[in-house]
Design a protein around this ligand. Structure first.
Ligand SMILES: [Ca+2]
Length: 500
């Protein structure tokens, strides 16, 4: 087994340690000589102090802009609790998601694989009667991958990986589910109606369906973000004595823009009404994160709990616009420019990762599962290889010598006969983006705003990146997931209006 971490501590999974110790006891009873000839015992035994399976919490926000967290410099929307994750761990300056829109981004995060491998290149249809509209059943998701390490897994919040019963979280390895299976929701529980998903006639109906606990519709009261935070705190309290994985997928601050005065009143300095409500929504998430982190402290499990925080894509500047800010980057949700795929991203693991790390190299949402696999000493699947890497040794290296990713790729196929095909490839600081056949090359190191196209000056680089993309794409699948806008028959363009 390869040491997982640099430095003096070597982390060994509990199960591996138990096996080695059991072997050692057999050796002792057989002959003293056998023990001396068994070097793994001597090498592994001191690590028992550090050998405890870490809990993992992934906090995912929805459509939050890069600039809209304190740890990325936000002044008008303070996020002191979310900032704790970065301050007490790692801020990733260049944290990328694998897709600039909700569904495929989550498919990548939850499988640790480029979603293009299984053709998940667009938000899937939300038709609850279509057994193909969801994350393919052939793919393993985080809970199934880490289950051998003994985790209890929950998802709290937005699922969006298929409304058909086949795709229910409890069918995908999660032990618990609390939230909603569609791609967004009204924030006021008093507005929920007892509408079956299959009877929904519009997006507004989907957004107003009752919340679900495991497989049962439940009654709820209050503001959705607070309800999800309550559930997160409750789960941690219930599972504190066993290794747990919690996927806390807030739908905030995705449209519809809704926040009660107790949150929006915190922002008298923001005049723009849309951004004021958005600020309230982000602030509600921040309160929830604070309560969750405080709970970890109170239960004395914070030290060995890995917490990730990130947004699923950049803030939307056009459709579902929510008042978010992605500056200094160009573009937003739906774009492969930095504003669409470079997101607020932080990680904390006090037991193994130093505080105050400002990590400069590109990392990916795909790395979250790869990190979990590695720190638990699990064998990665050879049939479904992961595209991420274990981030821990990289963030432990104070010199930031090695880069986690030599290359990153993006593919966005629109449903309209590929007319809106977008591609992206990043190698080092060079990033090539195509939009409907038009190609652009940027130097992200010197020009993170993507203002200056260098393709004419760097023809060889452009050619190389084009070839690299083609090589990567030859390994990907064809688009295979039913497209979102075939169902429901009517999409209400204005979510604020439709959700009323
Ligand atoms: Ca989103």
């Amino acid at each position: 087994m390869t040491p997982l971490l640099k430095g003096t501590k070597i982390l060994v999974p509990v199960k591996t340690l138990q096996k080695v110790l059991a072997f050692a006891l057999v050796g002792i009873s057989a002959s003293a000589c056998a023990v001396q000839e068994n070097p793994p015992v001597a090498r592994v035994a001191p690590a028992s102090i550090a050998a405890e399976t870490p809990n993992v919490i992934v906090i995912l926000t929805d459509d939050q802009g890069y600039a809209d967290v304190g740890f990325n410099g936000s002044k008008d929307i303070p996020t002191p609790n979310i900032d704790r994750i970065a301050d007490e761990g790692v801020r990733f300056d260049r944290g990328y998601v694998s897709f600039p829109v909700c569904g495929p981004s989550r498919a990548g995060l939850l499988t640790g694989r480029y979603q293009s491998r299984f053709g998940y290149d667009l938000n899937a249809s939300e038709n609850p009667e279509d057994p193909n509209a969801g994350l393919p059943l052939s793919e393993n998701m985080i809970p199934a991958v880490i289950e051998p390490a003994g985790y209890t897994s929950t998802i709290i919040g937005k699922w969006h990986m298929g409304n058909h019963p086949n795709f229910h979280p409890l069918e995908r390895g999660f032990d618990e589910f609390f939230g909603f299976t569609n791609g967004g929701h009204n924030y006021y529980a008093e507005k929920y109606r007892d509408v079956d998903l299959s009877k929904a006639k519009s997006s507004a109906h989907l957004y107003q369906t009752r919340l679900v606990k495991n497989r049962d519709k439940i009654d709820a009261k209050g503001y959705l973000t607070d309800i999800l935070s309550d559930e997160a705190v409750d789960f941690v309290k219930r599972k504190k004595d066993e290794p747990f994985f919690m996927y806390l997928a807030y739908n905030a601050p995705h449209a519809p823009l809704q926040a009660p005065p107790r949150y929006t009143d915190r922002f008298p300095h923001i005049e723009d009404e849309k951004r004021k409500i958005y600020a309230g929504m982000v602030s509600a998430v921040d309160d929830g994160v604070g309560r969750l982190l405080d709970t970890l402290d109170e239960l004395e499990i914070a030290d060995n709990t890995i917490v990730f925080f990130l947004s699923d894509n950049g803030g939307p500047l056009v459709r579902a616009k929510n008042g978010s800010i992605n500056l200094p980057f160009k573009g937003g949700k739906g774009d492969l420019f930095e504003g669409g795929v470079r997101v607020p991203f932080a990680m904390r693991w006090p037991a193994q990762v130093p505080a105050g790390v400002d990590y400069p190299h590109p990392v990916s949402s795909l790395d979250i599962l790869a990190t979990m696999v590695a720190v638990n000493g699990l064998e990665p699947s050879t049939e479904q290889p992961l595209d991420g890497v274990n981030l821990v040794p990289f963030v432990q290296d104070a010199a930031f010598k090695d880069m986690p990713h030599e290359k990153l790729f993006w593919r966005y196929i629109n449903n309209d006969a590929n007319a809106n095909w977008k591609t992206g490839v990043l190698i080092g600081d060079d990033k090539r983006v195509t939009v409907r056949g038009a190609e652009m090359l940027y130097d992200i190191g010197a020009d993170k705003e993507e203002k200056f196209d260098t393709k004419k000056r760097k023809k060889d680089t452009n050619k190389k990146l084009k070839e690299e993309f083609e090589n990567w794409e030859s390994e990907m699948g064809r688009q295979s997931v039913p497209i979102w806008n075939e169902w429901p028959p009517k999409w209400d363009g204005d979510l604020e209006e439709s959700a009323k």
